[in-house]
Structure formats: structure tokens, C-alpha cells
Design a protein around this ligand. Structure first.
Ligand code: PHE
Length: 341
């Protein structure tokens, strides 16, 4: 029996050396160590041995088993290593093949315009605020001096979210004026960009959702001259030095006096052309001196403090900046269009 075990050991170790791959090695494992394997067959004869012989033979059998198991593990590792090396040799990398360049998007033209606007105002010490698109009618209207019955409060113009017309999708970024007055210490210099919603049909110049940038300054001794100076500076930064503006009287409930600012048409230089619909001017924003009632409702004394505010359409600014003719292009996200900027 001792001899049998020695033979098995020698045969098996030699066979393992010869194994070509993992499959062959596994077959050998079954052949020697499996339930019907050669070593198992020898062990089954242990019962025939005398009680004196059995312990020594048992120990030898265990040694042989351990030796075979170790050899199998070693061989498996060797085969794995060899397989890896073979693969590395066969799968060479051709570093001269041109790489696949990943498609990286870029900023949307409207956000390019917005970032320019932010830069201009941050450079003048303004803080950029973000606010909710679902807004209280109280902040969108009442606190902005637009009393009950004001035409913009009508259900045909505004998306209300409840029966009592108290919660709505903001129709302008102007409620951010109120939110700033309620939360920030004076003096205040803010801009607040964001989405606004109105019940408009989609066409080349209208969309039920669009973007505005609100701007506001409140301090002691602030005048209309500051408003005009700041807006002219913004326009020159956006559209180039020497861009001509004009301020027309207008009406907003929350500013007094109120105005609209136009920019001279970039296409015709003011002569009148299709881009400016023959006007020579393009309307850019509404603005004015903050109404004393609005300051009072925010517990700011209009005898001590004054301020100005403006609200500009962001799509319109981007359209003028990049000479885009149709508002719908801004929202359709057609890559062929977006790639041009
Ligand atoms: N909120 C006004 C609008 O949507 C614009 C505006 C803002 C006017 C601030 C004056 C002051 O038309």
C-alpha cells in the first residue's frame, strides 16, 4: 500500500506538470482525488489493514493528498499566468489607430448670454439670487403694488395652481425683489435670473415659458441716473462699445417713474429693417424707480432709501446677441442649431 501511494504521488505530480490548460488539470484532479479517483480507491482499502498499521498509513495517505492538492493549486496558478501572458502577446495595442473623440456638449447660447450678464453684474458687486418658480400671488402681485383686479392677475394670463388664485407659476422674476427686501440687509444689489410663465401661444417671439433676469439696487440716494448708467454699461459690455440705447416712458405698478429701454438695431443701425420691424430699435427690458408703496410694504422707509429695478427677457437678449431670428430655436434643442455657438 505504501508503494501504491508513492506511485500515485509520483504519477500525479508528473501528470500535473504536463497539464496544458485548466480543463485538463481539472480532469486530472478528478482522476486522482475524485470520489472514484485513484487515491480514494487506495483509502477504501484501509479497512483491511491491521490496527497497528492503520495510523501510519493514514498519515501517509493524508500527506499524499495534501501534496497533490498543493501541486494542483500551484499548477492552476502557473496555467493562469501562462494564459494571461499568451493573451497579452496576441492582443497587442496599435497605438497609431486614431482615437475615438468623446462628444462633449457645450453651453446653450442662452446660458452663454446669461453668464456674460452675471459676470458684468458680479463685477459691480451684485449678488446672484435664485428663487422659486412656484410663487405666491401675494409676492408676484400684492407686494408689487398690483392691486386686485389688475389685468395681469387675470386667469387668462396667469397659470394659477389653486382655485383661490393664491399660488401660481410666477409671471415675472419681480417677486425676487420682495424676497430680497424681506431677507437681505440694506443696501441691496442683486440680480435674479430664472424661468417665468405666461399663457402665451408659441410663435417666433412668444413662449408660455421663458427666462428673465431681474435686477435691483436699494440704497440711500439712488437715482434714475444710476439706473441708466448701470444699464448702459451692461449693454456696452454685452453688445459692444458705443451701442446706443433709448429710454421710453412706460407703466409698471411697482416702479415710478417707469420706462422701457430699447437698443438701436444691430442690423440697420437705426434706419429700420425686417429685424427691428422697421423701427430702428429693439425693446430689451422694463425698468424704473421702485415705487414707495413697494418699499413701505417691505418696511423700508422711502424717505430714507430709494432704489431702482429692471427686468429683461433673456431669450431676447441671446437672440440679439447671437442674431437668432426665431425664439423656438432656443427651446427645440436641435443639435445642428446649438452646435453653431
Ligand atoms: N417685471 C416686468 C415685466 O415682466 C419688468 C420690470 C422689472 C419692470 C422691474 C420694472 C422693474 O415686464
Amino acid at each position: 500500500m505504501k508503494e501504491q501511494l508513492a506511485n500515485i504521488r509520483a504519477d500525479a505530480l508528473a501528470a500535473f506538470e504536463e497539464a496544458k490548460d485548466a480543463l485538463a488539470l481539472d480532469a486530472l484532479r478528478v482522476k486522482y482525488l475524485g470520489k472514484k479517483g485513484e487515491l480514494t480507491a487506495v483509502l477504501k482499502q484501509m479497512g483491511k489493514l491491521s490496527t497497528e498499521e492503520r495510523p501510519a498509513m493514514g498519515q501517509l495517505a493524508n500527506e499524499v493528498r495534501a501534496a497533490l492538492e498543493q501541486a494542483i493549486a500551484r499548477t492552476a496558478q502557473r496555467l493562469e499566468q501562462a494564459a494571461l501572458e499568451a493573451r497579452l502577446c496576441s492582443e497587442t495595442v496599435d497605438v497609431t489607430i486614431p482615437g475615438k473623440s468623446p462628444i462633449i456638449g457645450h453651453k446653450h447660447p442662452m446660458y452663454i448670454a446669461l453668464d456674460e450678464i452675471k459676470d458684468i453684474f458680479v463685477g459691480m458687486g451684485f449678488t446672484v439670487l435664485d428663487g422659486p418658480e412656484v410663487e405666491l400671488a401675494e409676492l408676484n402681485f400684492d407686494r408689487l403694488n398690483a392691486e386686485e383686479g389688475h389685468p395681469s392677475r387675470d386667469w387668462s394670463d396667469t397659470f394659477y395652481l389653486d382655485e383661490d388664485s393664491r399660488v401660481m407659476l410666477r409671471s415675472q422674476t419681480s417677486p425676487m425683489q420682495v424676497r430680497a427686501m424681506d431677507t437681505m440687509p440694506l443696501p441691496i444689489r442683486i440680480i435674479a435670473p430664472g424661468r417665468v410663465y405666461r399663457k402665451d401661444e408659441v410663435d417666433a417671439t412668444h413662449s408660455p415659458m421663458f427666462h428673465q433676469v431681474e435686477g435691483m439696487v436699494i440704497d440711500k440716494g439712488v437715482t434714475m441716473a444710476d439706473l441708466k448708467g448701470t444699464l448702459n454699461l451692461m449693454v456696452e459690455n454685452l453688445y459692444g462699445k458705443g451701442t446706443v440705447t433709448r429710454f421710453r416712458p412706460h407703466h409698471f405698478p411697482f416702479t415710478e417713474p417707469s420706462c422701457e429701454m430699447d437698443v438701436q438695431c444691430h442690423k440697420c443701425g437705426g434706419a429700420g429693417c425686417p429685424t427691428c420691424k422697421g423701427e430702428g430699435w429693439i425693446e430689451l427690458l422694463g425698468a424704473g424707480m421702485i415705487h414707495p408703496n413697494v418699499l413701505r410694504m417691505a418696511n423700508i422707509d422711502p424717505e430714507v432709501y430709494s432704489g431702482w429695478a429692471f427686468g429683461m427677457g433673456l431669450e431676447r437678449t441671446a437672440m440679439r446677441r447671437f442674431k437668432i431670428a426665431d425664439l423656438r430655436l432656443i427651446f427645440e434643442n436641435d443639435v445642428r442649431f446649438l452646435e453653431q455657438f
